[in-house]
Design a protein around this ligand. Sequence first.
Ligand code: FES
Length: 127
Amino acid sequence: MYNQTVMTKFLNPRNAGTLRGANATGKAGNSSCGDVIKLYLLVDEEGIIDEAKFKAFGCPATIACSDIACDLVAGLQVDEALNVSSKEIFDELGGLDDNRVYCSVLAEDAIKLAVEDYYKKKAKENK
Ligand code: FES
């Protein structure tokens, strides 16, 4: 059902946990299955994502997608993170069953919400 890459990421997610000092968070949920991903970003003064971590409640694919999403956004400029798509997450994992494709969409949503949160906080700071 799950390929080896998904299982490895699920069993040993390197980016699981909270992130001390995180200055942006994005929480995405799927009301039909109940899966939830909370993504934490630590963005430096130049707008580069120094680190990303996640907490997730869900199936192995959701955990694996969250972990890959953190790998993909780390080192990017915040706005570049918006280019990380569910397709890229799906491809990095070597594919997912049809009924698990939504897990990669959930991870993309969490990234977008975290970036949005970053810009909201930045706008408040500049007021
Ligand atoms: Fe629902 Fe993964 S099974 S998002």
